[in-house]
Design a binder for this molecule. Structure first.
Ligand SMILES: [Zn+2]
Length: 402
């Protein structure tokens, strides 16, 4: 039996099994080309502690070396000011030493510095992103964060009062190693600021699209708090943001007195696979009805969430995919092998059309406007595929076009 990455007990239960899946970012050059690498995508939860996880994630060398890893510069993060304010509420002395692990191109270091935090250093393993951050004047260590580099960093810098990890912890398979390495470098205030994707909304709504081979770990707030408590951290403040499918952030402090209480979302776990399955049946049937009436079906957005949803649920009733990113156009999606075109390419006919929106919530309004600008609103239905929308209700809009 498989072992829980959080508590070490052999009590993992299957949450959902997608079978063999391609790597979401590996687009194909032709429809006939085969996916060069597939892997079992299976999500489990731990009956003992509630932690949600992929049990056997792809090795980082396999995952991150074969394509150009996108870094953050292109993605807007409107919740950053709220996070800085959260920090300001708790940190009196802005001279504290801060280390950001996975600082990317400096997207958070920059507003930190502007807010008056002077002693900030970043760690970034991606050399391209590290160079961008260095270019705007930050001290960046271009290393992987692990015990060995933590020891060297400790020797050189004599520790940090606060460590920041934004959209990092969900990628890390060796959680025990991570927290042991943090223990080596955290001293003084011993603050930890973490942002992770929120799996809670997905559990509630039956949206499986945030399950992705690059994320071995899935956090609801309860799971995150439990993990932090077991490692000796107490949460000082938490917040939730509508960013990229939902994000949780917490500021926590290492204390001797932190007590870990398991708070399992058992009902949600038990329902999840059924709700996801019901959704797949409903969506397929609606799209099949549309096809029978000659209505064209387009998938708008070809990122990791779109890939999981289409391939994981086996949605075959789609004519083609659309993406605004020019580098993706004229390629094919992995798994489904759907051709990727520009919106302009599919907009010239008078056909009735269904657009399945596979973009993050914060971008939906902008994309919908763009679709309606290019198409007659009477002939078009726009259906959101992702939470926090009520994805079941969204599917019903297809009928209005029949
Ligand atoms: Zn466990």
């Amino acid at each position: 039996m498989k072992t829980c990455r959080c508590c070490g007990k052999k009590e993992l239960q299957l949450l959902i099994d997608f079978g063999m899946q391609p790597v979401a970012h590996r687009l194909l050059d032709s429809k006939e080309q085969e996916d060069d690498f597939t892997h079992p995508l299976c999500l489990y939860y731990c009956e003992n502690c509630g932690f949600v996880q992929i049990d056997n994630p792809i090795a980082p060398e396999q995952l991150y070396t074969q394509y150009n890893y996108c870094f953050s510069g292109w993605k807007k993060q409107p919740h950053i000011p709220a996070e800085i304010e959260l920090l300001n509420r708790h940190i009196g002395n802005k001279d504290i030493n801060i280390l950001e692990i996975g600082c990317n191109d400096g997207v958070f270091l920059d507003p930190l510095r502007k807010a008056g935090y002077k002693n900030v250093i970043g760690i970034e393993a991606n050399p391209y992103a590290a160079k961008v951050a260095e270019g705007v004047g930050f001290k960046i260590l271009n290393v992987m964060f692990n015990k060995r580099s933590a020891e060297e960093i400790q020797e050189q810098y004599n520790g940090f009062d606060m460590v920041i990890m934004r959209q990092v912890v969900e990628h890390i398979e060796d959680l025990r190693g991570l927290f042991e390495s943090l223990d080596l470098i955290l001293n003084g205030e011993k603050l930890l600021f973490i942002e992770v994707p929120d799996f809670g909304e997905a559990l509630r709504s039956g949206d499986c699209s945030t399950i992705w081979e690059e994320h071995p770990n899935y956090f609801t707030y309860n799971i995150l708090e439990f993990l932090l408590n077991t490692k000796g951290y107490k949460v000082l403040e938490k917040d939730f943001y509508d960013f990229s499918g939902g994000a949780i952030c917490v500021l926590a402090k290492k204390e001797k007195t932190a007590i870990a209480n398991v708070k399992k979302d058992m009902t949600a776990y038990n329902n999840f696979a059924n709700v996801v399955n019901n959704y797949a049946v409903k969506l397929k049937s609606a799209l099949r009805n549309a096809h029978e009436k000659g209505i064209k079906v387009f998938l708008y957005g070809t990122g990791a969430r779109a890939c999981t949803l289409i391939n994981g649920l086996g949605i075959e009733e789609i004519d083609c995919a659309i993406d605004d990113q020019k580098e993706k156009q004229n390629h094919y999606m992995p798994g489904s092998h759907l051709p990727i075109l520009s919106l302009e390419k599919v907009s010239d006919s008078a056909d009735k059309k269904v657009f399945l929106l596979a973009v993050n919530h914060e971008n939906e309004e902008m994309v919908s406007k763009k679709i309606l600008l290019h198409n007659n609103a009477k002939n078009v239905k726009i259906i959101s595929l992702f939470a926090p929308n009520d994805i079941f209700k969204e599917v019903e809009k297809v009928e209005e076009l029949l």
